[in-house]
Design a protein around this ligand. Sequence first.
Ligand code: HEC
Length: 184
Amino acid sequence: MKKLSLAVALLVVPTWAQAWPWSQDMANTISIKPQESVNPAEPGMQVFPKRSVPVKGTTVFIKDLEAARNMSNPVPVDDASVAQGGRLFTIYCTPCHGQSGTGDGLVGAKLIMQPWNLTNSNEMHSWNPKEYPDGYIFGYMTIGGAVMPSYANDLSVTERWQVVNYVRKVLQKAPPATAAAQAK
Ligand code: HEC
């Protein structure tokens, strides 16, 4: 009779029934963030294994767009880097800036702020490398803008410079129509 009344109690008080320990086990797992210590006695960042060395070129830290302007482009403007940059530009930039680079992408049309014109027909400024060096374009991809997202996670450092080379060589040196044709 006691068992029966417990079962009845469980049925009429469903929230109480759900609060049994078995219903919480999975929810209570410890969440360990990347590089976090698993040892509660030694919290903080996990020490790197002995003899680990930093790998060059995987990431780059820049304070702001001003700091980025002073960076020099380590990737030579050759056919290979321009071609690779063009491929990446088509994937990552054309939705907003358009294949022509003028800012007529389909996604860009829906934004509250229209993507800016990356070609020399820009009404805001001409792309004189003295005024707007390669580092400026690199920095914009790394940091992003008010509306434009950052591409620091999607494009590696080298890939970002390749896109810079493409923007310089194809979009800014050629009239938009030719740029679109060349990008194909
Ligand atoms: C989601 C839409 C979007 C994508 C994708 C996008 N941009 Fe932008 N971009 C913008 C907008 C909007 C602006 C205007 C400035 C702002 O957002 O602060 C801008 C501005 C810029 C500027 C500054 C232009 C100037 O006249 O000073 C550069 C350079 C630039 N983008 C390069 C790129 C490159 C290269 C890519 C591809 C890796 C890219 N953008 C992808 C939306 C986008």
